[in-house]
Design a protein around this ligand. Structure first.
Ligand SMILES: C[S@@+](CC[C@H](N)C(=O)[O-])C[C@H]1O[C@@H](n2cnc3c(N)ncnc32)[C@H](O)[C@@H]1O
Length: 255
């Protein structure tokens, strides 16, 4: 596999997302409720997968980025209590065959939206369908697109700062977001700016595209791929979905 999108920012990922923990208890509770083996697609550095393994649940993580997986591997090997419960695999969420089935398959933090076309999204859903036990659950978290944001030409956002522990520096982040209304994609240029101890400025840009999906479009895709929607939440406290809820968290069962 060639360089994956997240390889370039993998080193910073856990520092950058340190504060984002609100989804973890949600996935842990579902993993306990499903009562069997769990698969995370796009598991990254193990941010969600490791807390699930700490509950004594067997969990497999699949990700396209070797650099993200290396970090997950380090964290898992450093914790003896979970190393036997975790399997990490490099692979593509739209084309995988693991030869086993799971009670819960989830895609956290909008990673499904890295798939830009309906063909890729359906391919991924069919793979999930093949790997899910009959009464298993699939959870997919998408951001909820808003027409007022889509209508803007470009959004410039100040994303605040985070601490890069390895280099003992503060990194400031800002981003420029542009929606492609024809392809239904969001393009983000994310700027990372810092100053080292000698006063030298460092600047890097990470750019990516993700797709965005409206509620009924997503539901149709799921139905076409053999799922029914058991629940739709607007946030990880299980509150209902609405126009400003920010998230669309779909809980799917095989139909
Ligand atoms: C936003 S990160 C989320 C990581 C992790 N799930 C979390 O919640 O912190 C997206 C992850 O999806 C992975 N990813 C993107 N496209 C993928 C694909 N086609 N197959 C497997 N992993 C993919 C990226 O490498 C990255 O690690």
């Amino acid at each position: 596999m060639s360089e994956a999108l997240f390889d370039r920012i993998a080193r910073l990922y856990d520092y950058e997302q340190k504060e984002f923990v609100k989804d973890i208890p949600f996935y842990v509770e579902y993993a306990k409720k499903c009562g069997g083996e769990v698969l995370e697609l796009g598991c990254g550095t193990g941010r969600v997968l490791i807390p699930i393994a700490r509950e004594g649940i067997r969990v497999t993580g699949l990700d396209a980025s070797e650099e993200m997986l290396n970090i997950a591997h380090k964290k898992v090997s450093a914790d003896e209590s979970i190393s036997n419960n975790v399997t990490l695999l490099r692979g593509d969420m739209k084309d995988f065959s693991l030869g086993k089935k799971f009670a819960l398959i989830y895609i956290a933090f909008r990673s499904f939206q890295c798939l830009l076309t309906k063909i890729d999204q359906i391919a991924c859903l069919l793979c999930i369908h093949d790997h899910l036990i009959n009464d298993g659950r699939c959870i997919i978290d998408l951001f909820a697109p808003r027409h007022d944001y889509l209508a803007k030409d470009k959004l410039a956002l100040d994303l605040g700062t985070f601490y890069d522990e390895e280099n003992d520096t503060i990194i400031a982040r800002r981003s420029e977001v542009h929606y492609d209304l024809i392809k239904q994609t969001l393009h983000e240029d994310r700027f990372y700016e810092s100053k080292d101890k000698d006063g030298n400025c460092h600047h890097r840009v990470w750019s990516y595209d993700i797709s965005y999906l409206f509620r009924y479009e997503a539901e149709l895709l799921f139905e076409k791929s053999g799922f029914r929607v058991e629940d739709l939440f607007g946030d990880f406290d299980s509150s209902s979905y609405n126009y400003v809820s920010g998230e669309q968290i779909f809980v799917l069962r095989k139909s």
